[in-house]
Design a protein around this ligand. Structure first.
Ligand SMILES: Nc1ncnc2c1ncn2[C@@H]1O[C@H](COP(=O)(O)OP(=O)(O)OP(=O)(O)O)[C@@H](O)[C@H]1O
Ligand SMILES: [Mg+2]
Length: 239
């Protein structure tokens, strides 16, 4: 059985149709990117499958008992006095799944330290979240999501605030997690850095225009006009 099945999905904002007739499945262990221009419905799709946006029609079926990890787009804590440290923010990612009395275990503290080291943010452990840069905050939020050991990690433009060296470190890390069995689904405008790790690409423009391997995506004539526009976006995002 698939991890996720999406059938005949349509999503509207009032009378505006953001997505229509979307059909796809996600298999266990895949590394999938959702691509498309600004406004093509990528974030809407992710919100719909996570239950954060009610579909207009269609059926979304998750495998039973699955643990979802979600890294949203634009989660910038700008309040510098926001009273939580990096350590606290990351630890609460594990507590969300813990039943009963909520107190971090030794194993959680160890996992926290491993993640801090993996993301090169160990020196920020006791700093307030609002005082970090955008890229540092993004790494903290990813570490927070990983604390709960999700079966699938769903990310909305996770590298948009990362510099180029952190981007490749980031994809290396996702690749390791994926090889360890975690399914990956991410929205990105940064296909260049992700190309080594992607199994599959879904290209959206209100509906699915392309669904196939990354190599086929690059060669597919039907979507070449989109690839061109896409390159322009990548440029904008990198500036
Ligand atoms: N809350 C909302 N109310 C009304 N329209 C919305 C809302 N959220 C999104 N839309 C519209 O739905 C369409 C798809 O938006 P969505 O955020 O899914 O695009 P996206 O592919 O994620 O774009 P980007 O690459 O800029 O993040 C856009 O036309 C957008 O204006
Ligand atoms: Mg979006």
């Amino acid at each position: 059985m698939s991890l996720l099945d999406v059938s005949q999905l349509s999503v509207k904002y009032e009378s505006f149709t953001a997505l229509k007739d979307v059909n796809f499945s996600v298999e266990n262990g895949e590394f999938l990117a959702v691509l498309g221009e600004n406004g093509s419905g990528k974030t809407t799709l992710i919100k719909a499958i996570l239950g954060l946006k009610e579909p207009h029609s269609g059926i979304i079926t998750w495998e039973k008992g699955i643990r979802l990890g979600y890294l949203p787009q634009h989660l910038n804590v700008q309040d510098r006095s926001f009273p939580a440290t990096v350590k606290e923010v990351i630890l609460t990612g594990a507590l969300a799944y813990q039943k009963g009395f909520k107190r971090p275990t030794l194993a959680m503290h160890q996992k926290l330290d491993t993640l801090l080291a993996d993301f090169s943010i160990a020196h920020l452990k006791h700093q307030r979240i609002g005082t970090l840069s955008g890229g540092q905050q993004q790494r903290v939020l990813l570490a927070r999501t990983l604390m709960s050991d999700p079966d699938i990690l769903i990310m909305d433009e996770p590298t948009s605030a990362l510099d180029s060296s952190m981007r490749s470190t980031f994809y290396d890390l996702l690749k390791d997690l994926n090889e360890g069995g975690m399914t990956m689904m991410l929205i990105t405008h940064d296909v260049g850095s992700a190309s080594d790790v992607l199994d599959r690409v879904i290209y959206l423009d209100q509906t699915i225009i392309f669904d196939g391997t990354f190599a086929d995506y690059c060669e597919n004539a039907a979507i070449s006009p989109y690839i061109h526009t896409h390159a322009t976006h990548t440029h904008e995002v990198h500036k």
